[in-house]
Design a protein around this ligand. Sequence first.
Ligand code: GDP
Ligand code: MG
Length: 193
Amino acid sequence: MEERSLVVIKPDGVVRGLTGKIISRFEEVGLKLVAAKLLKVTKSLAEKHYPGDREAWLRGMGEKTLENYKKFKVDPIKMLGTNDTHEIGLMIQKWLVDYISSGPVLAFVVEGPHAVELVRKICGNTLPLLSAPGTIRGDYAFDSSYLANTGKRAIKNLVHSSGSIEEAQYEIPLWFSSSEIFQYERVEEKVMR
Ligand code: GDP
Ligand code: MG
């Protein structure tokens, strides 16, 4: 049951002064903060975090974009110069690397039962246009695929969070060494479990 998840408050969250509010959401639900740091992401870390060689992820990004364009009656060739899902995925990956390395970010790890799923719920849908009120993205952002792709940039959605237990296990050691991760007891543990 005990899981860890990586959360990164992206540059827009930091410059908008939302770091405290965002961290509170996880603390208040009972998740334990076990690591945290403010840093400027290097290209090398960004490229490991968003690996351009994950074919399924690249194609998924491309497919999502094509569906979106269909909905808004936008011609992908006119807008992006291609309708190939791999090519579009690569383009978005580059936008993501540029976004996450564009300014300081606050990275942290939270721990607790169902941490990965809980964190995703608290963050809300990837697209702020669709994320529910009460979630971080739903409360503090309005961006959409359409706006982002038209501006040739990543969707500004304030936070990254690990998408699965496997993703968390891959991501956490990229961002933190084991000596930067702490163990302690939260007072709520006795009450909430
Ligand atoms: P997440 O796990 O909810 O962050 O979403 P994904 O792993 O699917 O995507 C990673 C990041 O890529 C998102 O957080 C957005 O910043 C960005 N992104 C996702 N979909 C799109 C899209 O269709 N267009 C653009 N420009 N960026 C996207
Ligand atoms: Mg993801």
